[in-house]
Design a protein around this ligand. Structure first.
Ligand SMILES: [Fe+2]
Length: 246
């Protein structure tokens, strides 16, 4: 196992303030995630090394355009508003913690879009953020996402998002750690350092939701279905912003 993954597991995955069926369910899902998390770290390290060997600065712009498309207002406003809509008014007293965390994540992800725009601006790849509207690559992201399809799922279970938080936001953390271990460019490091604590919070939101709320088979099933979807073979490819090839 990659040391970046074992370090993440020891610090963030295994310690918990909870006990009981939510934790047991999460640890079962964790076992399913481990091989893919490990593969992601290996890939992110390899892609970062390839970027360094490329002999040009273009990789910085490629990463930033992909990150701009995969985070920022487009994805985050759609995804988070979908998740907020999944909690009905009468469920709000039960799930108010979730609503608060999702509201916060809108801010985080919009900031992440701005961080990628900053790399492009400060790196001299574009003159104004509006220039990004001319490039398809800054406005499309190839990753499948359970919640990437606008507000089509107001009927989903309020806890379903926890599966994506747990599986994908951990990948953001791992991809950032892997990239930081290889790339010493100041622009990239500033962007990743400004983002990393927030990605960790998004992962911890998934962990907290599962440990604290996924206590019955009825509440666990919709989360497990998200893991089933995300753990398919297309999932391990990290986004280009985190060192993937696309
Ligand atoms: Fe983000």
């Amino acid at each position: 196992m990659q040391s970046i993954l074992s370090d993440f597991l020891d610090k963030w995955v295994y310690p918990t303030g909870f006990s009981g069926p939510g934790v047991e369910f999460r640890l079962r899902q964790t076992e399913r995630c481990l091989p893919l998390w490990d593969k992601l770290v290996s890939q992110a390290l390899q892609f970062a090394e390839n970027d360094l060997k490329s002999g040009s600065d273009e990789y910085k712009a490629v990463r930033a355009r992909a990150g701009y498309a995969a985070e920022g207002p487009f994805m985050s406003l759609k995804q988070m508003s979908t998740q907020i809509l999944s909690v009905t008014v009468d469920e709000q007293p039960k799930y108010i913690d979730l609503q608060r965390m999702r509201a916060r994540q809108i801010w985080d992800e919009v900031k992440h879009g701005q961080l990628h725009a900053d790399v492009l601006l400060r790196g001299g790849f574009i003159k104004r953020e509006e220039d990004l509207m001319d490039g398809a690559r800054a406005n499309t992201q190839p990753k499948l996402s359970y919640f990437g399809m606008t507000a089509m799922f107001p009927h989903i279970h309020p806890l379903a998002r926890a599966g994506q938080h747990y599986y994908n936001e951990s990948m953001a953390c791992l991809g950032i750690a892997a990239t930081l271990s290889v790339i010493d460019d100041n622009l990239i490091r500033h962007q990743l350092r400004s983002q990393e604590a927030e990605e960790r919070m998004h992962f911890m939101e998934g962990k907290y939701q599962i440990d604290a709320y996924a206590l019955t088979p009825e509440d666990q099933r919709p989360i497990e279905e998200v893991f089933d979807f995300l753990l398919r073979p297309w999932a391990p490819e990290p986004s280009r912003a985190l060192g993937g090839s696309k």
